[in-house]
Write a protein that binds this ligand. Structure first.
Ligand code: ADP
Length: 385
């Protein structure tokens, strides 16, 4: 086994945001030397890694040269130059997740096509090369309103997704390659974090439930374990495990799913990295998702995915009406509450809906945790000076 600990071994991370920063808590714990590449000189990872480099993640030369400097390369954002990863792999560099997996995931059309080929349950869809092509599909009745429009590339956090109910909605769409997906009448949005190592050791975390704000359509709480039937939870974990195996994914894979009104589980999409839906694991699990990711990509034994306690995560996003130097109003009040841990990502400037941090609430009783989470959400506000 390679000596990763207190050694000359170098781990490279593409992307220096909050996910990378939380990964670095774990590399610090194990004294693993890290290199981070990010376009922003103020990236949250800058102060937590051993070597920081400012550079464009989509630029071939930058990513290739960065990769040459390290022994194992991983990422915390999937929008990276894949051709550079392909070349690095050709030269024998270990890149996890691998370029083949990333290529299938980066484009939503290809991702969906892959599910279909692999027999993984997912909502019906048709891919269109541009807006005119989509319009033809609507005129010829291949696509019926309402449907869900998704840009095949570049969208995240719901930005490349629109529910189309009328001609006026269609008119507002950008002219890009897209998929038209069946609108799923779901009762729950669920997620399962899967971890897989190169030697094919594989584990799943308990199913989490995303509770949405009734009006704002924003995820308010991530709840672990999901308050669903045991059988449905088992089936969700099994499907998620199959997805990771099908992609031959190495590292953390977050599998987002819908539980339909008739209790069928279908896969929505995946994220090939630690994910917002697994943040609860820092306080609530035996081994959190970031440590688990490091263990997996270094082909070390995986840790337990069991929970010590029930966990709920609340995202801390910038309040509407505030832009500028951030202040976490009433943070002292929530810090007095038992089992409540705020995480601050390290972004100096807030603006409406920017992800600035999160708070985890742990409790033996998940309904009690849910009550505390609601209090935290009401009390703690991300505003500016
Ligand atoms: P993103 O990559 O931006 O997270 P998603 O595919 O997860 O995009 O879509 C964002 C949200 O849109 C989902 O969390 C879900 O609430 C809703 N959504 C996505 N696809 C569908 C669908 N087929 N039917 C109903 N709602 C959907």
């Amino acid at each position: 086994m390679t000596n990763y600990f207190s050694s000359n071994f170098k781990l490279g991370i593409l992307g220096g945001g909050q996910l990378g920063k939380m990964m670095l808590y774990e590399t610090r714990k194990y004294d693993i030397c890290t290199y981070v590449l990010d376009p922003s000189p103020e990236a949250p990872c800058r102060i937590a890694c051993d070597h920081f480099q400012q550079g464009d993640l989509m630029d071939y030369e930058t990513v290739y040269k960065f990769g040459k400097k390290v022994d194992v390369l991983t990422l915390e954002i999937e929008a990276v130059n894949i051709d550079a990863l392909i070349q690095l792999e050709k030269e024998g560099k270990k890149v996890y997740p691998g370029s083949k997996t990333l290529k299938k995931i980066q484009n939503k059309g290809q991702q969906k096509k892959f599910y279909k080929e692999q027999g993984i349950p997912t909502a019906k869809f048709i891919q269109y090369s541009n807006k005119a092509h989509l319009a033809e599909g609507i005129t010829s009745n291949k696509v019926k309103l309402p449907f869900v429009w998704k840009s095949t590339q570049g969208g995240y956090d719901g930005k490349g997704v629109s529910i189309i109910r009328s001609g006026a909605d269609i008119a507002k769409l950008p002219d890009t390659e897209c998929i038209a997906e069946e609108l799923v009448d779901f009762k729950n949005e669920l997620a399962v974090i899967v971890v897989r190592s190169p030697k094919n050791e594989i584990k799943t975390y308990p199913v989490v439930e995303m509770e949405f704000h009734p009006e704002a359509n924003q995820v308010e709480y991530v709840i672990c374990p999901a308050r669903i039937d045991k059988k449905i939870a088992e089936s969700a974990r099994e499907i998620a495990e199959n997805v990771s195996k099908a992609f031959e994914h190495v590292g953390i894979l977050a599998v987002e799913m819908f539980q339909t009104k008739d209790d069928t589980i279908i896969v929505n999409e995946v994220a090939p990295r630690p994910h917002n839906s697994g943040h609860y694991s820092i306080e609530a699990s035996y081994t959190n998702q970031f440590e688990q990711h490091i263990r997996a990509i270094l082909d070390l034994p995986l840790g337990s995915t069991k929970s010590k306690l029930g966990g709920i995560m609340v995202n801390l996003v910038g309040e509407e009406g505030y832009s500028g130097n951030v202040i976490y109003k009433n943070i002292d009040t929530v810090m007095k509450m038992e089992g409540v841990t705020p995480h601050i990502y390290g972004k100096k400037q807030t603006y409406p809906f920017r992800k600035m941090g999160h708070v985890t609430i742990v409790n033996e009783d998940i309904s009690k945790a849910r009550e505390i989470a609601e209090k935290v959400k009401k009390i703690l506000k991300v505003i500016s000076i």
